[in-house]
Design a protein around this ligand. Sequence first.
Ligand code: 3PG
Length: 393
Amino acid sequence: FRTLDDADLAHKRVLVRVDLNVPMESGRVTDDTRLRAILPTIRAITDQGGKAVLLSHFGRPKGRDASQSLAPLAKALEAQLGRKVSFAEDCVGDAAQNAVSRLAAGEVIVLENTRFHAGEEKNAPDFVDALASLGDIYVNDSFSTAHRSHASTEGLAHKLPAYAGRSMEGEIEALTKALEAPARPVLAVVGGSKVSTKLELLGNLVRKVDVLVIAGGMANTFLAAQGKKVGKSLCEHDLADTARDILKKAEAAGCEIVLPVDAVLASEFRANAPHRVAGVDDVGENEMMLDAGPQTVARVEEKLDGAKTVVWNGPFGAFEMAPFDAATVTVARYVGKLTREGRVLSVAGGGDTVAALNHAGVAEDFSYVSTAGGAFLEWLEGKALPGVEALRR
Ligand code: 3PG
């Protein structure tokens, strides 16, 4: 696909799909990763005298909803960018047309939430046309929405000359390196609470990676499928057959599966609940496995020592509650160290994962941390992302 290096941006109205869907609490941005990620693209446009017209969704509003406005994000971006960012109260129609026509070369504007219009998610031709009329060229800098086939993420690429922005380019390059043509052995860590949400992911990874570490609540489903008693642990007992099937597929594909051998057990789900460490064969009826134990961590570290590429999605335990964050933090720091020493290429992504790495203080040490949640998972599942495909044509 074409990148900003191929585009003539001077004096052009550049419609840029960004992802301003960032976590907020009482009007303040609590994680600015996605804002920082789009700065290089915005600067490339303004430096060359282009007009940056930014499109994004926020939340999942049903129609116009003031609580989901992008106005505060225009302010937050202004602070990050260090230059004025104006705001238009609609992304189509007169408000948008007038605001965009007033832009001078090198200026930046954020248009209101695209999801205030039903045409966005429907990828409706008339809505795509209305957006397209605001720009001369289209830049998609939002890998994290590339799994959505919406007007601003997909439709526009067919209407205007389309280019990948810097962040989009970086994401695709890093993920391709990690999964499509990786240095082997490749080790993947897949954690999180439920197998059911990551079935396709596990199914694809056993065919692609050499070692698959199954962690977090979802590991319990595998342990139960192997006949172990999991007590009150999170477990999808109805997925026992599916879990066994995944293990069989892994064996056939020559993918080694690493499951917990010990766990941190507690009978209450709260921070600092009384706990003990025991083998996975020794879980009491009223106990829950809330984290992986030290032997499991040692085993994972040993496997990591032999790896060249590490892909990480999902925590080992209930990492938001001390002390059940220990395995996640220890392993994350180990991967961070191996990365700093140049021994592995490490890529992480997905909602909780970035929070877990930030909690461990190692997000900066990883080779690449994706800004994407759902899109990162779909990429790992081996699915084509409509937003990326549209750029390739
Ligand atoms: C995300 O936060 O993963 C993206 O912004 C996509 O949001 P969505 O799941 O509401 O489409």
